[in-house]
Design a protein. Structure first.
Length: 747
């Protein structure tokens, strides 16, 4: 298939084991004429822009020549809640279980002389062989692929080290003295010339394989969630729809069968199946999860509605105007995918350094072998010294440096309501200088709340709540629920209306306690020739200038009160903003609501008016993040709605409120389970500290190896001692990581 000029193609890449693999594929693709490519290791995808004379098959062939697989990805489909784990992850888990079960007794017998019975070494060989061959196969396969293309990674060092240790052990058992019944493990500090025929290094081969597999498995599990945001977006939409045929016949069909022009029924409480135009009925549509608007939108015939929003009021008949990939929900899913693929893959420090470290170690081992042979030390002694070099350099501590710090850091974070997705997230936390806060559901509660009751002289507030609450309790409108809930909370119970009628778009009316009660917009009172007194009119104007929804209450022909309803600011939001500033961040409030509402909320939490960005459409939130990044800022984004998902993915650091939608949570880098904005500051502090621990782990792991390599090459470290030293470096890394357990939240 040949693409058109300046075409853009996405490829799913298989076989990558580290960030350097992605860099190698990207380099090969970019060498092609007319091709510009970026390869994302985290999402395992390549985004390629190419000219008309370069076909998709040409791109795939180039990737395959580099030693990896490539294909055009299938469209994402909603995953079943109990879907099985992928074959690749299941295979890795099976190898890990095998390695751990078999390696533990091998290490125990090698380190504890009391366990060394007469033929213990043969049992060790029997147990270690499957670990090195079957469990360690991914490392050997990757090392072979890298070698074919003249490259070396961590996999190369793991494969060479474990193979050398296992190979030497086979030689010692079958051709040396290690297979002698009753043999005890020798343990000299240095290598004796002509010695080494009785030394076994099976515990090093099996132990290193098990340790590194554990790190690789947990990394693979984290990467599996890369596309989950798209699945969460697709799950958000309606699954079935009631189509209206000619003559009023109703038929329930899967939403995928809808066509443009079809008319479908949306009952109260149901999701709207697709984008369309209302042709019958009126209602309030709750679009907060999709648009960020905290106030439900009143719709009547002729108004447009969006798929996946919730019909919170009356019965609607909608004519479909967009279906499938053309809907707003599908376009938002595409935005999330583009943002995820556009985020550069963070190459882990261990992989970057190993590109130089691995060849140096192999060259040093070969040099050690040649030096000892040249000095007449004997083949056994020379090979023993070379094995000691490989063993001490085996990256057990390096493999543990990131996973253990992440395990402890994320475990501590989970206790505090903070979920960190992976090591690449942590790099961003040190750089961010701007934090964009979504308003609805993040700074505010995300639900309508009765904030104030203003009455005329002589009218009791309890009477207003009792009469208005009784009528609103019979309504399904979100604003009505706010009034009813507040009345129930204060009074405990409400009388049943003797008569009730919903006035579409205006409010409700009825008889409560033998009084004719009106609750709704001022226009409802005007229809009954009731005017608001001056004091209530002033209260209404002040409330509306702050962006609040105002409800008027009248009974027996007189206006009695106005009620202020709005999305209330969370109690902890102001303190959270202060803490974010303390971390060197500039808070910016971002919302789809109107500017009056936004500035009112900003004042309440301590954000300056110039840092308020209001009336932003869902697709424009990504553009806001891009614009801030273009200004040279490193942007963190905190949000909770589907409309925030793409911006969360695009930001340098995405923090999703755990009380929000699955799409937002999956698109974010950090999840704040508690739904408390103060956790955002704690999350950044914890992430920064975890990153610092990972870096110190990596530094000491490398420093330990670099310091011990000359000793091993000089014959001052017996391979068994080298194995013990390597184990100690792992203990140090684990101990350093455990210090993260002492992290405390600021509140």
């Amino acid at each position: 298939m040949t693409t058109t000029a300046a075409a853009e193609t996405e490829l799913a890449i298989g076989g990558m084991t580290c960030a350097s693999c992605a860099a190698r594929i990207e380099k090969k693709l970019n060498r092609m004429d007319g091709v510009t490519a970026t390869v994302n290791y985290a999402t395992e995808k390549a985004r390629v822009t190419h000219t008309a004379d370069v076909s998709v098959q040409d791109l795939i062939a180039t990737v395959e020549k580099t030693g990896y697989t490539a294909q055009e990805p299938a469209p994402p489909e909603p995953a079943a809640p109990d879907a099985d784990e992928p074959d690749e992850l299941r295979s890795l888990r099976e190898r890990l279980v095998t390695a751990v079960v078999l390696a533990v007794p091998v290490v125990a017998m090698a380190m504890v002389p009391a366990l060394q019975f007469e033929y213990w070494q043969w049992l060790s060989l029997t147990l270690a062989a499957p670990v090195v061959t079957y469990a360690g196969w991914p490392f050997h396969k990757a090392a072979f692929t890298n070698a074919r293309h003249g490259a070396a990674t961590m996999d190369t060092l793991i494969s060479v080290g474990t193979t050398a240790a296992f190979g030497w052990s086979l030689w010692a058992l079958f051709l040396g003295t290690a297979g002698t019944p009753g043999m005890k493990h020798p343990f000299e500090l240095t290598i004796a010339r002509g010695d080494g025929t009785g030394n076994l290094y099976l515990e090093a081969a099996a132990g290193v394989t098990a340790f590194i597999l554990a790190g690789r498995y947990f990394e693979a599990r984290s990467k599996r969630k890369a596309g989950a945001a798209l699945k969460a977006l697709l799950e958000l939409g309606a699954k079935n729809v009631t189509v209206l045929h000619a003559g009023g016949h109703e038929e329930t069909v899967p939403v995928g069968e809808l066509k443009v022009g079809d008319r479908f029924l949306v009952r109260p409480g149901e999701k709207i199946a697709t984008d369309g135009t209302v042709v019958e009925g009126s209602s309030a549509v709750d679009a907060s999860m999709l648009t960020g608007e905290s106030v439900p939108v009143e719709v009547t015939p002729g108004d447009s509605v969006t798929g996946a929003t919730l019909n919170a009021g009356g019965r609607l008949v909608v004519e479909a105007t967009r279906v499938g990939a053309d809907t707003q929900l599908a376009r938002m899913a595409k935005l999330v995918e583009d943002a995820q693929n556009g985020k550069a893959a963070a190459q882990r420090l261990a992989d970057r350094i190993s590109g130089v470290f691995v060849p140096v170690v192999i060259a040093l081992a070969l040099g050690t072998l040649g030096f000892w042979l040249g000095n007449g030390a004997g083949t056994a002694a020379a090979f023993t010294a070379a094995v000691a070099v490989l063993i001490i350099a085996c990256p057990c501590a390096l493999g543990l440096a990131t996973p253990t710090a992440l395990l402890v850091g994320t475990g501590r974070g989970a206790q505090l309501g903070i979920l960190i997705k992976g090591p690449e997230v942590l790099e961003s936390t040190r750089r961010v200088d701007t934090v964009v806060l979504d308003k609805t559901g993040t700074v505010t509660t995300g639900r309508m709340t009765l904030l104030a009751v203003h009455t005329v002289p002589g009218t009791d507030e309890a009477d207003v709540l009792r009469l208005a609450g009784a009528l609103e309790h019979a309504s399904e409108h979100p604003v009505a629920r706010a009034v009813a809930d507040a009345a129930l909370e204060k009074l405990g119970s409400l009388p049943a209306p003797e008569d009730f009628a919903n006035v579409p778009g205006l409010g409700v009316q009825g008889i409560v306690d033998r009084r004719a009660v009106l609750v709704g917009r001022e226009r409802l009172l005007a229809d009954w020739a009731i005017e608001l007194p001056e004091e209530l009119r002033l209260r209404r104007a002040a409330a509306e200038s702050s962006g609040r929804t105002v409800i008027t209450v009248a009974w027996d022909g007189e206006a009695r009160a106005v009620l202020e309803v709005a999305d209330a600011v969370k109690d902890t939001s102001r303190e959270a903003v202060t803490r974010l500033r303390g971390l060197g961040l500039t808070p910016i409030l971002l919302t789809g609501d109107n500017r009056a509402v936004a500035e009112s909320v900003a004042r309440e939490v301590g954000i300056a008016a110039e840092h308020v960005i209001a009336e932003v459409l869902p697709q424009d939130k990504v553009d806001v993040v891009k614009r801030l990044q273009a200004e040279g800022r490193s942007v963190a984004m905190v949000g909770d709605g589907v409309n925030d998902a793409a911006a969360l993915a695009r930001a340098d650091l995405g923090l999703a409120m755990g009380t929000g939608t699955d799409a937002a949570i999956e698109a974010g880098d950090l999840t704040l389970v508690r739904g408390d904005l103060r956790a955002a500051a704690d999350a950044i502090r914890l992430a920064r500290r975890t990153l610092g621990t990972i870096r110190s782990n990596l530094f000491w792991a490398f420093a330990y190896n670099v310091a011990a390599l000359p000793l091993a090459a000089a014959g001052l470290l017996n391979p068994m001692l080298a194995g013990a030293a390597m184990a100690f470096s792992s203990v140090f890394v684990v101990g350093n990581s455990l210090r993260l357990r002492s992290f405390r939240a600021a509140h």
